[in-house]
Design a protein around this ligand. Structure first.
Ligand SMILES: NC(=O)c1ccc[n+]([C@@H]2O[C@H](COP(=O)([O-])OP(=O)(O)OC[C@H]3O[C@@H](n4cnc5c(N)ncnc54)[C@H](O)[C@@H]3O)[C@@H](O)[C@H]2O)c1
Length: 382
């Protein structure tokens, strides 16, 4: 992630230092950045002169002392709180009091990182999506100890980096990693139940993937997407979000995914996940039943919408930022609150109530705001 973020910063015109304590990784990052820029010239995105200016703006370093004159530092090291806290304390001893220190963490609370700092008011989350140069979304996350003006300041600063910026409360998963959980979780649950006659094995995965692409217009089905992200990463994110929400049933991980993780069936990168990626593998055929697909879609989209409505209710982010985050961070065809308006809050609520009554599980409890919107016949966009 660090190399990608450095590429974005240098391209935006900033003199940038890419630091890694591991020399081999640093050398590889330098080679791969140079190769990327060669490709960008070939594609006509930049001229050779522009690229050499950008590369000259990047200094590759292994010495933290080089950060002495920096105005902004974005940390993207190993996802370990103790390691991050110790590196942040070390950085603070080198930089000026005005330097902003940000973390790209996906799952740790910004407040917990800032707790180890002398000046927690200058600590903030700046969360890029992978690959940073291609994904437009950046979540900016002030902690409860961050200077109140800093998030807006970072937002206007980063808009010059050609990114779409959203501001999120320091809560587990921030926006995208929280909202997107049910795309995977509910799809796996539908599969595990063999709901409405969905077959087991790859035909079942293919059926659910097809339904969500065909009816919902999602670019990738949940099982294809989990295999692309990696079932190791996806499982860990789910587990972390669930734990940090004090084991709220809404975010509960599934045994199906845990077993894939244990079997090292990480997905595309390991050659197998939900699907088999061997050259000889036979592509499973989905059950292309539109009535079934509509039911699958309604069950999954209702859970996604409920999550977004609840995030709005709990002031995790604004309406526009919640919708922008899923469109720009996970390529959803629509924002979830807009989708709620389009489908009708009443239909979403009745789907959830139906599941809640059927399963008697907390997981399906509708957000209080969704019930209020239905009772008052209101829309999110009017
Ligand atoms: N990979 C993703 O898709 C993704 C997306 C968003 C956010 N993030 C977050 O970004 C951070 C980095 O993730 P990654 O996937 O790039 O990890 P990674 O393991 O690929 O890279 C981390 C790098 O940090 C270096 N490092 C470790 N300790 C260091 C130290 N003390 N000083 C300097 N360098 C050190 C390592 O040598 C390694 O090259 C994590 O906090 C992760 O949660 C990752």
């Amino acid at each position: 992630m660090g190399a990608g973020i450095a590429q974005v910063a240098a391209t935006a015109g900033h003199s940038t230092i890419l630091l890694d304590t591991n020399h081999t990784v640093l050398k590889k990052a330098e080679e791969s950045l140079k190769a990327t820029f060669v490709k960008l010239v070939e594609k006509g995105k930049f001229t050779t002169e522009q690229v050499s200016e950008i590369i000259n703006r990047i200094k590759f370093s292994s010495a933290l002392m080089d950060f002495g004159k920096c105005d902004l530092i974005i940390e993207a090291i190993v996802e370990d709180l103790a390691v991050k806290q110790s590196v942040f304390a070390e950085i603070e001893s080198i930089v000026s009091d005005d330097c902003i220190i940000a973390s790209n963490t996906s799952s740790l609370s910004i407040t917990s990182i800032a707790a180890a700092c002398k000046h927690p008011q200058r600590i903030i989350g700046i969360h890029f999506f992978n690959p940073a140069p291609l994904m437009p979304l950046v979540e900016v996350i002030p902690s409860i100890t961050t200077d109140e003006l800093l998030a807006e300041k970072i937002k206007s600063f980063l808009s010059g980096w050609k990114k779409t910026i959203v501001i999120a409360k320091d809560t587990p998963g921030f926006i995208v990693n929280r909202l997107a959980r049910s795309y995977y979780g509910e799809s796996i649950r539908i599969y595990e139940e063999g709901w409405e006659g969905i077959p087991s094995g790859t035909k079942g995965f293919a059926t659910i993937d097809w339904a969500l692409k065909e009816i919902g217009g999602f670019k990738m089905g949940p099982f294809e997407l989990m295999d692309l992200i990696g079932n190791d990463i996806n499982y860990k994110v789910t587990e972390t979000v669930w734990t940090q929400f004090f084991y709220d049933a809404r975010y509960k991980p599934s045994l199906t995914q845990k077993r894939l993780f244990e079997a090292k069936r990480f997905g595309k990168k390991s050659g197998a996940g939900y699907y088999d990626y061997a050259e000889t593998a036979i592509k499973p055929e989905a059950m292309m039943d539109k009535v079934l697909a509509e039911k699958i879609f309604m069950r999954v989209i209702s859970m996604l919408i409920n999550e977004s409505v609840d995030a709005l209710y709990l002031k995790v982010a604004s309406r526009d930022d919640l919708d922008s985050a899923v469109k720009n961070g996970v390529n959803y065809p629509k924002g979830l609150l807009q989708w709620c308006d389009d489908i009708g809050a009443e239909k979403v609520l009745s789907t959830l109530v139906n599941r809640h009554q059927t399963y008697l599980e907390e997981r399906y409890r509708p957000s209080v705001l969704l019930r209020k919107m239905v009772a008052e016949k209101k829309k999110f966009y009017s």
